[in-house]
Design a protein around this ligand. Structure first.
Ligand code: IPE
Ligand code: IPE
Ligand code: MG
Length: 250
């Protein structure tokens, strides 16, 4: 535990309420270490464990982890099945510990795409941790933001067709209520590891005003110090939401 960095985070004030992370760079980390890609995903789990623990300890309320995108299904079958196996075994191994640490597990994305046994064990994990009051850990699984928006628009269309609402009634809140992430505040900080400058179909609506932090570190190398430094970077920024510096200071 890095006491100096934690102290600095405390001094600087509020931590982001919601951090969302695009956990990228597992494959390159593996290559760099002359290992198969799956070994990168496996090592990435150690980062997940540490980041989840630290977020809980410093009172982050929501942590969304981009774990598997709707586009990741297009990877070679061997890699997809290795990731699905890891997902299954990790949830099985970690769920009691998460539960003990008061973590509440939820997901966004199309769970129906996942293998049956993985889906089942995720659902069990969600119900086991349902009443926990600590960190909300949100796994984005088979998640794509465009698909999420299409789904939301269809659901609103159904409400219009059944005369529950009129098209004029559609507001930000109505759209948000139909997203997978309904009820979750927008991410304050979106972190992408692995150095790519793109969102890769992640939280396109929700990240409209998020602060972005891109680091060259590969996900398996992203640990407590990297997270705390990222939060300090965030804390030193001014979020203006379209206003001027003077307005914010007033
Ligand atoms: C992120 O790491 C994990 C997933 C997308 C599942 P990558 O596997 O994309 O790693 P790189 O980008 O090839 O290094
Ligand atoms: C984004 O990483 C998805 C996850 C981290 C789960 P990718 O590696 O799939 O992104 P692209 O394809 O390089 O944009
Ligand atoms: Mg990648």
């Amino acid at each position: 535990m890095n006491k100096d960095l934690r102290e600095k985070v405390r001094e600087l004030g509020d931590v982001p309420k919601h951090i969302a992370i695009i956990m990228d760079g597992n494959g390159r980390w593996a290559k760099m270490n002359s290992l198969p890609r799956a070994a990168g995903h496996k090592e990435g789990i150690n980062s997940v464990r540490e980041i989840v623990r630290v977020c809980g300890e410093i009172d982050v309320s929501f942590l969304t982890l981009y774990t598997f995108s709707s586009e990741n299904w297009n990877r070679p079958e061997t890699e997809v099945s290795a990731i699905m196996k890891l997902l299954f075994s990790t949830i099985r191994k970690e769920i009691d510990n998460l539960d003990k640490n008061n973590v509440r597990l939820t997901t966004i994305g199309n769970l129906n795409d996942l293998p049956k046994e993985t889906r089942k064990n995720i659902k069990n994990g969600i119900s086991q941790t349902r009443d926990n009051t600590g960190l909300n850990l949100i796994l984005a699984l088979s998640y794509g933001s465009r698909q999420e928006l299409i789904r939301a628009i269809r659901r609103i269309g159904n409400r219009i067709e059944s005369s529950q609402i009129k098209s004029d009634d559609i507001t930000d809140d109505v759209l948000e209520s139909e997203l997978y992430s309904a009820g979750v505040p927008d991410p304050d900080l979106v972190i992408r590891t692995g150095g790519e400058y793109r969102l890769s179909n992640f939280l396109l609506w929700q990240a409209a005003y998020s602060e972005l932090l891109i680091t060259e570190k590969h996900w398996p190398e992203f640990r407590e110090n990297e997270l705390l430094n990222g939060i300090i970077d965030y804390q030193n920024r001014q979020r203006r939401f379209g206003q001027t510096d003077e307005q914010i200071k007033a």
